[in-house]
Design a protein around this ligand. Structure first.
Ligand SMILES: Cc1cc2nc3c(=O)[nH]c(=O)nc-3n(C[C@H](O)[C@H](O)[C@H](O)COP(=O)(O)OP(=O)(O)OC[C@H]3O[C@@H](n4cnc5c(N)ncnc54)[C@H](O)[C@@H]3O)c2cc1C
Length: 576
């Protein structure tokens, strides 16, 4: 097989907030470095950062503090976050948001006195979510894209990474790609590689992430044998649009600010049910609201399409239309009046808290491999606060750019790829060409239903067990299913096949980790183990795949800043 070889110093996989920030910081740190950004889609047009609606959490207001933002993150994450990573997130977000405005050129909404406006987001004790209306991600990603375009940074667009390729002693040597346009293989050798493909749990019936996201990054990390943390932690956003089965708009998110600003949830009997579940009502964290909706659905108290309603009209339709223009337009496109009427919603898989284990400098355990953004783990624990996702990708993307530039100075030179791995990976992705074509969409539908029904908002041992059996069956059917057309150019069926393979691999790990965690924390709720367990002895799960199988272990959470039962906030106030 002919594989074109390219060489670069820094290879960045993904052009979301993490990838683009990494490229800009690496270039700033050392403009002589050869930097390449590769992404499955078009730069600036793919990934979830562009889809960010609500905004960006940052403690800027004098009434707020990084300690308060930290405590919200730790408590929201149910004491499972890696505290050093969470601390780096909340403290560096301040620097990063200033950089976004003053260097990158973003312009966020302001208060009459000129300060940045912070909107209310659920699960937070201060209104700290900086935004550009309700389409914040477009502002961020467009400005980042312009900055990257203006610099001599190489781009490999519509290049799908299929394998992280190590040397025979395990160090990172580069990445194997399929050029989606030609179908050709390309190996890009790099001194440092950043994994920033952005997670994205699209294996659930209802989901929000962009279509290019199919967990490829974590599937590649799994095959490389990297340790993955918190893989059971899939965040469901409570309010995905429910517009019927015939539109891909079903599942897309209606942002948190709607509930934050006073939106109600009503069940099919028009009862405002959140009071039956949590005193914080609709402003409870995402996991709590999702489970409450799920319970109403299970009890059959649903709307026509099987969800619940969100109602905003009592806040004043004109005000809602002005404040949430993007959401109102989106709902109108699907025949709903968000400003004055009722819109059907359902919990929807939104974000993946699990991912590759790394340190505060984004280093993984593999020499030469770094990770940032939604592919990394630990910052959010069991629950990501709305607004902490894009803060995470931009904060740690920037850090990884700085660190990779420095790291290369100490570790110059390319390394030699293990030819056996390269050959095996090429054979692996060509698997469907040797088989008779089948119904890939039917397989995908089966996976969506399996994950939603058995490993979804509420889980138990029996259901997860059924889920694992079903995932195994779906994957084995996939492996004997081919694609009809042997022409590799823009062969989207081939890519659907590869997408499904990644989704099956990661789905199995989500299910196994969910089985391992015998308590309920944040996004992970086991009806057979509904208690959170002892907070002081909290553990996180670590998944590692090896030739002998998948091993899941538990390790203790280290409370390096604050222990359960304590608060930095009170300590700080007492000290004053
Ligand atoms: C609808 C929606 C709304 C959201 N709203 C908010 C919000 O208001 N506030 C907030 O904080 N967070 C929000 N989030 C979460 C936030 O978008 C993510 O946390 C964050 O943007 C992830 O950034 P990233 O750089 O890690 O990944 P992304 O921005 O998703 O970028 C991933 C990149 O990797 C590429 N890629 C994927 N697979 C491959 C492959 N195999 N080979 C090469 N490239 C690949 C993709 O094409 C893309 O370029 C929202 C998410 C969604 C889906």
């Amino acid at each position: 097989m002919n594989v074109e070889q390219l060489k670069t110093d820094i290879l960045i996989l993904g052009s979301g907030g993490a990838g683009l920030f990494a490229a800009l910081h690496a270039f700033k740190a050392n403009p002589d470095l050869d930097i390449t950004v590769a992404s499955k889609g078009l730069l600036g047009k793919c990934g979830c950062t562009r889809m960010v609606q609500g905004g960006y959490n940052v403690a800027l207001n004098p009434g707020d503090s990084v300690e308060r933002h930290f405590m919200d993150t730790i408590e929201g994450g149910k004491w499972l976050p890696h505290q050093e990573l969470a601390w780096t997130l909340v403290t560096t977000a301040i620097e990063r948001v200033r950089e976004l405005e003053n260097e990158i050129g973003c312009f966020f909404d302001r208060n009459p006195d000129g300060t940045l406006h912070g909107k209310a987001f659920a699960g937070q004790t201060f209104d700290r979510t900086v935004h550009k209306g309700d389409l914040t991600g477009i502002e961020i990603i467009n400005r980042l894209m312009e900055q990257v375009w203006a610099l001599p940074i190489h781009r490999l667009e519509e290049h799908r990474a299929v394998a992280l390729v190590p040397s025979s002693d395990g160090a990172m040597t580069g990445v194997l790609f399929i050029d989606v346009r030609t179908g050709a293989f390309r190996f890009v050798a790099a001194k440092a590689v950043l994994l920033a493909t952005g997670g994205g749990p699209t294996m659930y019936r209802y989901h929000t992430p962009s279509g290019d996201k199919t967990m490829d990054g974590l599937a590649m990390a799994l095959r490389l044998g990297l340790p993955l943390r918190d893989m059971e932690m899939v965040q469901f956003h409570p309010t995905g649009l429910l517009a019927g089965p015939d539109t891909r708009m079903t599942g897309t998110v209606l942002e948190e600010g709607l509930r934050g600003s006073g939106g109600y949830l009503l069940n099919g009997a028009m009862h405002r049910f959140m009071g039956d579940y949590d005193p914080k009502l609709e402003r409870a964290t995402r996991d709590v609201v999702s489970r409450a909706i799920h319970a109403e659905m299970k009890a059959g108290r649903t709307t026509q399409n099987g969800g619940v309603y969100i109602k905003m009209g009592h806040l004043g339709p004109e005000k809602v239309a002005k404040q949430f223009k993007g959401m109102v337009d989106r709902c109108r496109d699907c025949g709903f009046d968000l400003a004055g009427g009722l819109v059907e919603v359902v919990p929807t898989a939104h974000y993946f808290m699990g991912g590759v284990i790394c340190d505060v400098e984004t280093l993984t355990e593999r020499f030469g491999l770094f990770v940032a953004g939604e592919d990394a783990s630990g910052m959010h624990g069991a629950n990501r606060l709305g607004g902490n996702g894009v803060a995470n990708s931009t904060v740690f993307g920037g850090i990884s750019g700085d660190v990779m530039a420095r790291w290369i100075a100490d570790n110059p030179g390319h390394r030699v790829p293990d030819p056996n791995v390269l050959d095996a990976e090429i054979a692996r992705v060509q698997q469907p060409f040797g088989h008779r074509p089948g119904d890939l969409n039917a397989l995908r539908e089966k996976l969506l239903d399996t994950m939603w029904d058995e490993v979804g908002v509420v889980r138990d041992r029996a259901g997860i067990g059924c889920g694992i059996v079903a995932i195994d069956a779906i994957e084995s059917e996939l492996l004997s299913t081919g694609v009809a057309d042997d022409d590799r150019r823009f062969n989207l069926t081939w890519h659907d096949w590869l997408n499904l393979r990644s989704l099956c691999e990661v789905s199995r790990v989500i299910a196994l980790a969910a089985l391992k965690r015998e308590n309920s924390r944040g996004a992970h709720f086991r009806s057979d183990f509904p208690e959170p367990g002892e907070l002081l002895t909290s553990t996180f799960t670590v998944t590692r795949q090896s030739p002998s199988g998948i091993e899941i272990t538990e390790r203790p959470v280290e409370f390096t800043h604050v222990k359960p039962g304590e608060t930095l906030l009170r300590d700080r106030i007492a000290a004053e």
